[in-house]
Design a protein around this ligand. Sequence first.
Ligand code: SF4
Length: 337
Amino acid sequence: MRILLINPPNCGRSIPEERYGITSIKKIFRSEPLALEALAGNLYDHEVRIVDLKVEPEALETELSTFAPDLVGFTAVTCEAQTVLKMATTVKELSAALVVVGGVHASCQPEFFNQPQVDFVVVGLGKLSLRELVQELERGNNQPQVPGIAKTNPGRQLLLIPRNYSNADLVDKMPPRYDLVDHYRPHYTLENLNIPLGLVSSAVGCPYDCHFCCISPITGGHYLTADIGSVIRDIKLLDHVAVIRLVDANSFGNPAAALKLAEAIAAAGINKQYFADVRADLVVRHPDLIKRWKEVGLRAVVIGFEEIDDGASATDEQRRPKRKKPPRRSRFSTASG
Ligand code: SF4
């Protein structure tokens, strides 16, 4: 099957941009579409292309005519969702391709994409489920029942078979197809410094459920740690990149695994620098882990603070991960009820 995976163009306005006029964040985070590269990695027996419309905003129509895909897959965060619906209409007007939408917005509000120009909505991790969908479609099954993927049903309730996400969904034995965006790589740099930036995932999801955060539905509240050997492999695949951003929403969320990864980086003699998003309480509780990561190249962390008043700090009960929390419900029904 010919599969075209699309990173939407810069669109919509983020809250910092809308409220405070800060436009630099989009530039700082201009980086490769790792989620699409990961999907492509598990579609190894198909002809896959990635088009990054953040780099080539006008490339969609050309790709549709030259590649003639059988299936077009979009990813979208919330501020990209409207644009993706419009582009899905373009795909339907110019081709016979099936349209599949996944990503953060589809995972948090799948019914948003229950529209005629969309055929399937992927909820949560899709590296394994998208492959399962493609296999069913190739067998001629037009009504595939794949857990984690909903067939759209415009005007009626979206039916989704829940998926119990596990480490199997990481499919970490299959590396991301970094090579599919090699021609875009000069654009994936740290703004102003012009330093090439590469993305690696070492864990997915989060056991916490901060009320403002969209991460929990991606894995149904599980924190899934990638195999250390596969993380080392991915870092090495980015051999021409000196700075790696760990894209995990909550890096080092499994401190024991994080320490093993640091030791594996040291043992492999890898000399790179790392950015990561970590929780403040992780830094406070595991200073030796942060120190070890600094020794192997950690240079900056992003930490969100909800309070800067010690008197307002969370109780132990509030800090404890909710490990058995079910996925957040939204206004769509599931096939199981
Ligand atoms: S700890 Fe971070 S990733 Fe986890 S739910 Fe809170 S904000 Fe989201």
